[in-house]
Ligand binder design. Structure first.
Ligand code: F6R
Length: 591
């Protein structure tokens, strides 16, 4: 959700580096983008509406600069609302990620001081506040004072052409400093994600909440509250820049779906001792809450069924954005388990803050190492799926389910059995992801891509997977898709079924198999076109997508694979940018 990059060096022109880095951050927001560079004591600014990857930009001079790719929160997608925003004198430029919750009040105060606003954004108050605060102190003091009065989760980077300084402030969204040193040359980066500069350096320092970083040859860090200097060590990270590239694939989404051939095995490669330890905590806890947002929330919902079936254990699922309503149930003996790909989702972090305040233990299942969720957790299971760039989550989802399955089996004292099952499932997924299977799913997409509505039904743990399939289809194809518990259709939604309405039934070889088939028969009698995603064919199916006959609890993983492929092909047939669907962003760092 908004990507920030800052670059400092003494030898190279900054613009081409900023441009390349910004393209790597495009998944965070792609409404509009802009740059500010510093040459001598002059700021140069360029802004455009649209995607940075497809734009033609005029090169700006200077060896130091900042850039931003926007996901609009306050104000429409216009050039005026695009970052960087500058102060009245044009000496200060700011790029920002977050939402300033008290911006209206701050804006009124600035208006009283005759500041005129050119944009509809909350960000525009930042350069004006810094300009105002500069009247009473140094640039560093002005940045700290400005950042400290902001409410909400906010991070920003400021460039000052007069003092020739760049300062980053963090209280919310991630900012990471990267340092590349070669002989006597230093290059310093500050970015929302390591991916922005991973091809240049793997040596990083993490900026934490309520800290600032002064971006220069040897970056300096200060605590915002005490104003004391903080010593940080350069950490070498073990990420591969190529892993985050599309390679021969046309889209990240397809690449990431295909990567599930390996990611499941990587996910289950957890330390048995840690799994057993957390399982024991789950068994002893006074209340277990799985929390997440969007697709991760559907994974948490599946966890309810998985724990019930595998470990005979009741766990609760709450969408992270609703978690506050349940805070009365939190005790120090309560376990809150956060599921998040990015580890930066604002609603998840806010929920975890509540859990911390209540003294509850926090466990997480997360993809991004060193992310805010990883850091706030008492214990984090990293799923090791590698960078997930497509906005629609695929490989992270199945890996999260795999770790939850392991935990459930560990709770039941059957970890080895769980491991064996998942190794088999990983093999089955590997076999499924072949060109013939993909072609078969694509043919289905060709049959239904012009439909206005698609319904997906499932029972048991395939009910949350029906909900997840609907998310996937909606976000990349923009076709209205809705998931239902099989038994619920007849309580109202069946009125929407017309002749040839596609209804997809997610079926497992389980005790509710006959019921879901009955539900399919029920809608077929109203004219629905029935697509069965199932281990066995059935005469009710008009189109059958075979899935491996794995144990019921693992059917959530294998049934998702064709649904991810279907969403992808529907999006392609609709001629959409499947990696960057409209109005969405990969990491939702605002509430
Ligand atoms: C949908 C999707 C989103 C995310 C949600 C949470 O495909 O990706 O619904 O699942 O925004 O994101 P994370 O997992 O990063 O917390």
């Amino acid at each position: 959700m908004c990507g920030i990059i800052g670059y400092w060096n003494l030898k190279k022109e900054a613009f081409p580096i900023l441009l390349e880095s910004l393209k790597k951050l495009e998944y965070r927001g792609y409404d509009s983008f802009g740059f500010a560079t510093l040459s001598n004591t002059q700021l140069f600014v360029e802004k455009q509406v649209g995607k940075v990857s497809s734009a033609k930009c005029q090169e700006l001079p200077g060896k130091v600069g900042i850039a931003h790719t926007r996901w609009a929160t306050h104000g429409k997608v216009t050039e005026k609302n695009t970052h960087p925003h500058t102060d009245c004198s044009g000496k200060i430029a700011v790029v920002h990620n977050g939402v300033i919750e008290n911006f209206q009040e701050l804006k009124i105060n600035l208006s009283k001081k005759n500041y005129e606003f050119l944009s509809e954004t909350d960000t525009e108050i930042l350069p004006y506040l810094i300009e105002e605060n500069l009247k009473q102190g140094t640039f560093r003091d002005a940045v700290i004072k400005t950042g400290s009065i902001l409410k909400g989760r906010n991070s920003f980077v400021v460039l000052n052409s007069e003092t020739k300084e760049m300062i980053a402030f963090r209280n919310g969204s991630p900012l990471i400093v990267g340092v590349a040193k070669e002989n006597t040359t230093s290059e310093v980066f500050i970015a929302s994600d390591i991916q922005a500069f991973l091809d240049k350096t793997k040596k990083v320092m993490y900026l934490d909440d309520n800290q600032i970083a002064i971006i220069k040859e040897n970056p300096e860090f200060y605590d915002v509250k005490t104003k004391k200097k903080i010593e940080k060590r350069l950490i070498e990270i073990a990420l591969d820049a190529e892993e985050a590239e599309k390679g021969d694939y046309a889209h990240y989404m397809l690449k990431e779906i295909m990567e599930q051939k390996e990611t499941l095995i990587r996910a289950i490669n957890q330390d048995d001792k840690d799994l057993m330890h957390v399982a024991q905590e789950i068994n002893n806890a006074k209340g277990v809450f799985f929390i997440g947002c969007g697709t991760a929330a559907r994974v948490c919902h599946t966890a309810e069924y998985i724990f019930s079936k595998v470990a005979d254990k009741h766990v609760n699922f709450i969408p992270a954005s609703e978690f506050e309503n349940y805070k009365h149930f939190l005790l120090p003996e309560t376990l809150v388990i956060a599921v998040s790909q990015s580890g930066e989702t604002a609603d998840v972090l806010d929920a975890l803050k509540i859990a911390k305040q209540k003294g509850s233990r926090i466990i997480s299942i997360v993809n991004a190492p060193e992310s805010s969720v990883d850091k706030i957790s008492d214990y984090a299971f990293l799923i090791n799926a590698g960078p997930e760039k497509a906005v629609a989550s695929t490989k992270a989802t199945t890996s999260q389910i795999a770790v939850i399955l392991l935990l459930a089996y560990a709770c039941a004292g059957k970890l080895r059995e769980g491991n064996r099952l998942l190794v088999d499932v990983a093999g089955e997924v590997n076999d499924m992801l072949n060109p013939r299977y993909d072609e078969h799913v694509k043919k289905l997409a060709e049959k239904i891509y012009q439909k206005e509505n698609i319904f997906i039904i499932g029972r048991g743990l395939n009910y949350p997977m029906a909900l997840e399939s609907a998310i996937k289809i909606m976000e990349v194809s923009y076709i209205h898709a809705q998931g239902f518990a099989g038994g619920e259709l007849k309580h109202g939604p069946i009125a929407l079924i017309e002749k040839a309405t596609p209804v997809i039934a997610l079926v497992a070889n389980d005790e509710v198999k006959n019921e879901i088939i009955s539900n399919a028969i029920g809608v077929k009698s109203r004219g629905a076109y029935i697509i069965g995603v199932a281990p066995e064919n059935n005469q009710v199916f008009d189109y059958w997508i075979k899935t491996p006959d794995v144990e019921e609890v693992a059917s959530s993983i294998v049934n998702l694979i064709p649904m991810q492929l279907l969403a992808y092909h529907l999006g392609i047939l609709k001629d959409h940018d499947v990696d960057y669907p409209r109005s969405l962003a990969k990491s939702v760092t605002v509430k």
